[in-house]
Design a protein around this ligand. Structure first.
Ligand SMILES: CC(C)(COP(=O)(O)OP(=O)(O)OC[C@H]1O[C@@H](n2cnc3c(N)ncnc32)[C@H](O)[C@@H]1OP(=O)(O)O)[C@@H](O)C(=O)NCCC(=O)NCCS
Length: 182
């Protein structure tokens, strides 16, 4: 079984959640701009943050590793892989606090987790899906070398409103080629 892991990037530390992270999570997740595309309770309370952090601490790391993203000692977001072991694929979820947007921080965090998924877990494919209107989200996927594989129409519902979903993916062979270029 894969033990909980800590990853270091140029600006970030990615590590398992601890109970001390509750206030940091509350700080970014209670921002309604942050949660526009994220299905969390609204209004978001400190109890919601406590439940979120506790859930992460209880999850099996080899199935659903979720890294807390730490910038200068503060948790500003998270990156999660949901691993489908029998298929050797994983889906990716990510978010970062509003003051951190558009500084390349999610790209940096996600690239490190995707590298870890291919290198250490031995995945054959990583994929992600998002509301087509979440341009920042699909731009992150393109910047780490993912390809848009398709768009499913009216495939999700967010707070009562139906939306279209882009699917992005990267295969192990594409990731290896990309790594050789860096
Ligand atoms: C989506 C999200 C993860 C992006 O994180 P980020 O740290 O801002 O991402 P990065 O800075 O690494 O890259 C974002 C890219 O999208 C671009 N972008 C963002 N909004 C854009 C818009 N409205 N139109 C065009 N480009 C946009 C940025 O310019 C940047 O590209 P560039 O580096 O080529 O300039 C972040 O906004 C977030 O956490 N939002 C709330 C939660 C969420 O939506 N999570 C994703 C659920 S699928």
């Amino acid at each position: 079984m894969t033990p909980p892991t800590t990853l270091h990037t140029r600006r970030l530390v990615l590590r398992p959640f601890t109970i001390e992270d509750v206030n940091d999570v509350f700080e970014y997740a209670s921002d309604t701009e942050w949660s526009r595309f994220v299905p969390v309770a609204s209004p978001y309370t400190i109890k919601d943050a406590e439940e979120f952090v506790t859930r992460q601490m209880l999850k099996r790391w080899d199935e659903k590793p979720r890294f807390a993203v730490e910038l200068n000692g503060v948790v500003v977001g998270s990156v999660k892989l949901t691993i489908e072991k029998s298929l050797e694929i994983a889906s990716l979820r990510y978010s970062i606090s509003r003051p951190c947007w558009n500084q390349g921080l999610t790209t940096e965090a996600v690239a490190a987790v995707v590298d870890w998924g291919f290198d250490d877990i031995g995945l054959q494919k990583v994929y992600a899906r998002m509301d087509v209107e979440n341009i920042g989200s699909w731009r992150v996927m393109e910047k780490i070398g993912m390809i848009r594989e398709g768009t499913l129409r009216s495939h999700g519902v967010n707070r009562g409103v139906r939306y279209d979903i882009h699917y992005y993916g990267i295969l192990r062979s594409e990731w290896e080629k990309r790594r050789d270029l860096i």
